[in-house]
Design a protein around this ligand. Sequence first.
Ligand SMILES: Cc1ncc(COP(=O)(O)O)c(C=O)c1O
Length: 348
Amino acid sequence: MIPHSRPTLSEADAEAVARVVLSGQIAQGREVEAFEREIATFAGQRDAVAVSSGTAALHLALLALGVGPGAEVVIPTYVCDALHHAVTHTGATPVLADADPATLGLDPDDVKRRLTARTKAVILPHAFGLAAGVEAFLAMGVPVVEDCAQAVGALDGGRPVGTRGALAVFSFYATKMLTTGEGGMVAGSDPALLARIRDLREYDEREDLTPRFNYKLTNLGAALGRSQLRRLAEFIQRRRTIAAAYGRLLVGLPCQFPPDASRGRHVYHRFVIQVERPLERLIERLEQRGVQCRRPVFRPLHRALGAGGFPQADLLGERSLSIPCYPSLTDGEVEQVAAALAGELPRS
Ligand SMILES: Cc1ncc(COP(=O)(O)O)c(C=O)c1O
């Protein structure tokens, strides 16, 4: 079975982690500090704070921006549940907005309609690795948290994603663009915001009892992340090569390809096609052919809340299929995936 996703790990990664184990300094320490500096440099930011997950990064980014009870935060409905959890953990209310079929991310016009005097932030994911186009959101005058969990290395108007918003968050889960096992980061250029996040991520030896967390990343994870970061350009190149191969091999199939990817905008964390077929059955049949595919979003958030009024997200939920796309996928496996799809979605 070709898995939908898997991490891309090497001997060098194992050696980097082993060095930390042998040093005895396994909790948060120098490796974490070095990883923070390297991610800040890579992301074109002044500073970055490492945390234990992308969800923790979102949570602390919102708290640093002063989001709390009574506030509203606009998030997409077509996204993973982590965004909803991060907002509700602060005591604020998540306000859902519809998807933009041009980016599979947030629709700026729908976001504009949902802003109120209580809106304290917009979380803008660069969905599936495609830079969303931050300008339209910045123009709304509300702090934008750029969610780069799936898009490290993508370019937005020629600049790396994460450099325009008030803060940028990253996830380093096992199958993300680079991994620390579990982990995350908040990057930005406002020292006061980053100092707040650094303070909130740990609780030890503080005079006051302001509620804080244990959201720390370990040196073990950071060592792995640093080793992975050295190969990130190579990872992105391989993902783009696979995407280009799918573009050739799937041509003529009754499916729609991912949105425009010119000028470095897409790093293909996911290769998401649109298919007008019942997805459950198709996923089952592809699995019988030895290829695991997935819905890229489990279900739009509004479905879990029993709400309506998000027609584009509903369509994406019904039609989007994520097919294997990761650096360790071999050329032979890419051909097998394409052959399985061609078997299930014959050219007319
Ligand atoms: C867009 C987006 N934001 C945030 C997260 C949360 O990251 P984590 O799983 O590291 O908590 C994810 C996870 O998949 C994600 O896809």
